[in-house]
Design a binder for this molecule. Structure first.
Ligand code: AHG
Ligand code: MN
Ligand code: MN
Length: 343
């Protein structure tokens, strides 16, 4: 008797919902709609080479970066699909300067969705894996029923109720967690079934890895502590398994996912390359916080070099942060170098 298709993501979400006494099904509805959006993006990504969806739009976004057509497409798919689900009071996207309100004709809910619709944009037209990153918060009780204020959204990452990512690569994979010790689980999209099926149950990141991921092209822009840290991973020392192997794809989701499964550390340090971005390139709310929740739930750690990413009180929606994320021991080593505690 052929095995069935295994556990679908829908079954898995419902199982999680049953384990959570206060679950009302609202969250499951929200996540299932986000999954539909990801399937639509995955389909476009996988045929991107065939349609005019590659290349620049010629525009620059709030991040002062070239906007790729696929960035805009992915953003629009998520916004248009999620705004009528009835479970959100607002959204925040890497591609949109201000909070995205839910149009008045749609019902609202108590969740806030923050997302990077297309991560790894520089890799879109060279067929390297890219992805979508998301974090979900509850609207604070203190928030009035009128419109949602930015302060309601600027919550530390440790207040996320769920977080995860999709990778559009050799296969499309979804990894997510709802925290509370429920673990981190990965699902692979089976195009013939049109469903994400459980493929990586209860992912645990090795406590210490052998891989370091960083863009060494920024070496000249780093301070002494950052250079010393990267030199440490490259130095020979049999007892601590060094030198580590270098792996850098240039798509955060791809570099993070590899290190989550195999162990290792991803670093995007503060650099002096762009005076407008003194704290590095990556965004706290839509990149660092979601992945920091995933890695913590898988037994790893994420730091800005001085302390937990998840404890940072955000001041702005598009705030950037240095990011050291992955195997706990390796990130603690990074913290010791960057904060100077290792001297
Ligand atoms: P995005 O495409 O959402 O702007 O993110 C790109 C990020 C991240 O995916 C990756 O780790 C980093 O940019 C790579 O930056 P460099 O090219 O400066 O190394
Ligand atoms: Mn990104
Ligand atoms: Mn992006």
């Amino acid at each position: 008797m052929r095995k069935g298709v295994g556990t679908t993501i829908t079954e898995h979400i419902l199982r999680q919902q049953r384990q959570n006494p206060e679950a009302t099904g609202a969250f499951s509805t929200l996540l299932n709609e986000l999954i539909v959006a990801a399937k639509v993006i995955s389909r476009e990504v996988n045929k991107a080479g065939l349609v005019d969806i590659l290349g620049d739009t010629g525009k620059v976004n709030i991040q002062d970066e070239q906007v790729q057509k696929l960035d805009v497409f992915a953003n629009n798919v998520i916004v248009r699909r999620m705004q009528h689900v009835g479970q959100l009071c607002c959204m925040g996207s890497e591609e949109v300067a201000d909070l995205i309100e839910i149009p008045s004709q749609y019902p609202r809910g108590d969740y806030i969705l923050l997302f990077d619709p297309l991560d790894g944009s520089s890799n879109i037209d060279v067929n390297v894996s890219i992805g979508t990153i998301f974090g979900i918060y509850r609207r604070p009780e203190t928030s009035s029923d009128a419109e949602v204020m930015l302060d309601d959204v600027l919550q530390p990452g440790n207040r996320q109720v769920a977080a995860g990512y999709f990778i559009y690569g050799s296969s499309t994979i979804m990894v997510y967690t709802t925290g509370r010790g429920t673990g981190v689980h990965g699902f692979t999209l089976y195009p013939s079934v049109g469903e994400f099926l459980l493929s990586h149950e209860n992912i645990r990141i090795p406590e210490k890895g052998k891989i370091y991921s960083v863009n060494e092209g920024n070496y000249a822009h780093w301070d002494e502590k950052t250079r010393a840290l990267v030199d440490y991973f490259k130095a020979k020392d049999r007892d601590t398994g060094r030198p580590y192997t270098s792996r850098y794809v240039g798509s955060l989701v791809a570099d993070f996912h590899r290190n989550l499964l195999k162990g290792g550390i991803f670093m995007y340090p503060a650099d002096l390359k762009d005076p407008k971005k003194p704290t590095g390139k990556l965004r706290l709310m839509v990149e660092a916080n979601p992945l920091a929740m995933v890695v913590r739930e898988a037994g790893g750690y994420a730091s800005d070099g001085h302390g937990p990413i998840l404890d940072i009180q955000p001041e702005a929606l598009h705030q950037r942060t240095p990011l050291y994320i992955g195997s706990k021991k390796d990130v603690e080593t990074a913290e010791a170098f960057i904060s100077g505690r290792g001297d």
